[in-house]
Design a protein. Structure first.
Length: 84
């Protein structure tokens, strides 16, 4: 999957670009080195087998953990990473 206009969109001035719930798009953007930072919300629930955002874990292992926020009432944890 390739989005030819995404590099031009990223170069424009303006607000941040956010992607919600599209592992395929995020994987493409990571491979094109177009991701500055990504956030993972970890929920205290196991739902079964899902598609992994990092199938071989290499992108995650090469990333720097910037911040961890724990939401006490829900048990959700927000992890902020920057690709290296």
């Amino acid at each position: 999957m390739y989005f030819p206009g995404i590099k031009n969109l990223k170069k424009q001035k303006g607000k941040d670009i956010a992607v919600l719930g599209s592992a395929g798009l995020v994987e493409t953007l990571l491979n094109l080195q177009l991701v500055d930072e990504y956030f993972l919300l970890v929920y205290p629930v196991v739902l079964g087998k899902r598609k992994s955002l990092f199938p071989d874990s290499s992108a995650l292992l090469k990333s720097e953990l910037l911040e961890t926020i724990s939401f006490q009432k829900s048990g959700i944890v927000k992890l902020s990473y920057a690709p290296q």
